[in-house]
Design a protein around this ligand. Structure first.
Ligand SMILES: Cc1ncc(COP(=O)(O)O)c(C=O)c1O
Length: 463
């Protein structure tokens, strides 16, 4: 997600140390700046003055072009539950690659991939592959509107579902639902935002309006639980959406095949009408899917729509079910089905959260680390709440604006300090663990966060 541009203070010792440590990355960043807006390909990769350029990665680690090693918590934007270059995935890709990368035709792996999904998510009665999570949520919304005949999509403030027009406001800005630049007012107003965690607010809208097609949300809360939501809320939404005849879409692009083998639906014991999957589902390669109730996915089916006398929803997509992505996805889902990888990744994150909180307490810093499953988030206490304690922190008691309100300049400086200490966090200073993170990685990470905080303190950044 986008970080506001942070000032790259020329007198910062952290910035100076980072520049000195990363001459090869600096040279590439200078070249990239002449070609790519901000020198990058994804807003979440924006770091001032620049981030490391990665040369290769394995397991929990990645190495940059200056030969520096990082313990990686960016986790391929959440795609890498098994870590980098898992041998089963690498072997599957190596086998698939010489057979061809784009057949423009059906192929056996798309069936095996669908079966692998259904094995872990039995409610995926039908599956349509897309190339990205953004495309998956776009298709899910179109299916929901066509199925119900209603125009409006309910979303929750702060929840991210990709970058297409209907989802552009409300995740880092435009929390009132107004359109971001380039988006039509009519499109933005057809996907209004509600406060997360408030079932009464949802019911008030459903009671009043008859034009709602669906509600979509991230089941464990926005940005993998940075603003947490629980199973009780999911069950409440399921009851309400059923009662008012509205579809429930679980955006499991992050949670799918991560929080449990069967994702948040399994973890919470709730079956939505539609799922969107990406990231883990394709084993670290580009790929995604919409899945769910057969009668809804039948809107894509030539025969079913002929029989129903209805117009089918068109859905092309050059890279839908790409055979190499399919191979990676099948291999990844098989490992998840047959090992305790999900549980290991979650256990590592729990150890990391506890270790970081102990460290924060020892440093006397009123920040806190929280999260669920294989996620961790650093709360930097932007409003300086005196009652915040790392040993007893409940994110549910903190308003959304504060949980998501870290000072961008502080975050940027902390990321550089973490790079210097061999850790790549995500842009929220937290991240994803994988089954490849070891106990030793976790201990090293706690030490790296401590060292980074001390660097910030030396610069007078941290109270
Ligand atoms: C919950 C959620 N939905 C959708 C998306 C969009 O997926 P993609 O980046 O593959 O388009 C993301 C990406 O981070 C996501 O986290």
């Amino acid at each position: 997600m986008a970080l506001a541009a942070a000032p790259s203070a020329t007198n910062s010792r952290i910035v100076a140390a980072w520049r000195e440590a990363s001459p090869a990355s600096a040279a590439l960043a200078a070249e990239a700046a002449t070609l790519l807006p901000s020198g990058i390909a994804h807003d979440a990769r924006h770091v001032e003055p620049y981030g490391p350029y990665i040369a290769h990665a394995r397991g929990a680690h990645k190495w940059d072009v200056d030969g520096r090693r990082y313990i990686d918590y960016f986790g391929g934007h959440g795609a890498l539950i098994l870590g980098h270059s898992h041998p089963a995935i690498t072997a599957a890709v190596a086998e698939a690659l010489p057979e061809g990368t784009q057949f423009g035709a059906n192929h056996p792996r798309e069936i095996a991939w669908a079966k692998a999904i259904q094995r872990l998510v039995p409610a995926a009665e039908r599956i349509r592959f897309t190339a990205s999570g953004t495309e998956a949520t776009l298709l899910a919304v179109r299916l929901a509107r066509a199925f119900t005949g209603q125009p409006v999509l309910l979303r929750l403030v702060g929840h991210f579902h990709g970058w297409h027009d209907q989802m552009a406001s409300g995740y880092t800005s435009h929390f009132d639902g107004t359109p971001t630049p380039g988006v039509l007012e009519a499109v933005a107003s057809a996907s209004p935002l509600l406060p997360p965690g408030d079932l009464d607010a949802v019911e008030a809208v459903l009671r009043k309006r008859r034009d709602i097609a669906a509600l979509i949300y991230e089941p464990t809360g926005s940005s993998f639980g940075q603003v947490p939501l629980d199973g009780a809320y999911a069950r409440g939404l399921r009851d309400l959406t059923r009662k008012y005849g509205v579809l429930l879409i679980f955006d499991e692009v992050i949670t799918g095949f991560r929080v449990a083998r069967g994702g948040a639906a399994e973890a919470f014991g709730v079956t939505p009408d539609l799922f969107t999957f990406a990231k883990v589902v394709a084993g670290g390669l580009p790929g995604a899917a919409v899945a769910g109730r057969r009668e809804i996915l039948d809107l894509l089916d030539f025969t079913a729509m002929d029989a129903a006398g209805r117009e089918k929803i068109g859905h092309p997509g050059t890279f839908n079910a790409n055979p190499v992505s399919a191979a990676a996805g099948i291999a990844c889902l098989a490992v998840l089905a047959e090992t305790d990888a999900n549980a290991v990744a979650s256990a590592r994150a729990a150890t990391l959260r506890a270790g970081l909180n102990e460290m924060l307490a020892a440093e006397g810093l009123p920040w806190a680390v929280y999260g669920t499953y294989s996620g961790f988030h650093l709360f930097t206490n932007p409003r300086h709440r005196p009652e915040v304690s790392p040993r007893d922190f409940n994110a549910m008691r903190i308003p959304v604006a504060e949980l998501k309100g870290a000072d961008p300049a502080l975050v940027n400086r902390m990321r550089l300090a973490l790079f210097l200490n061999g850790v790549d966090s995500n842009p929220r200073l937290g991240g994803f663990t994988s089954a490849a993170h070891s106990e030793a990685d976790i201990a090293e990470t706690v030490a790296a966060y401590r060292a980074a905080i001390r660097l910030l303190r030396e610069e007078g950044e941290v109270l």
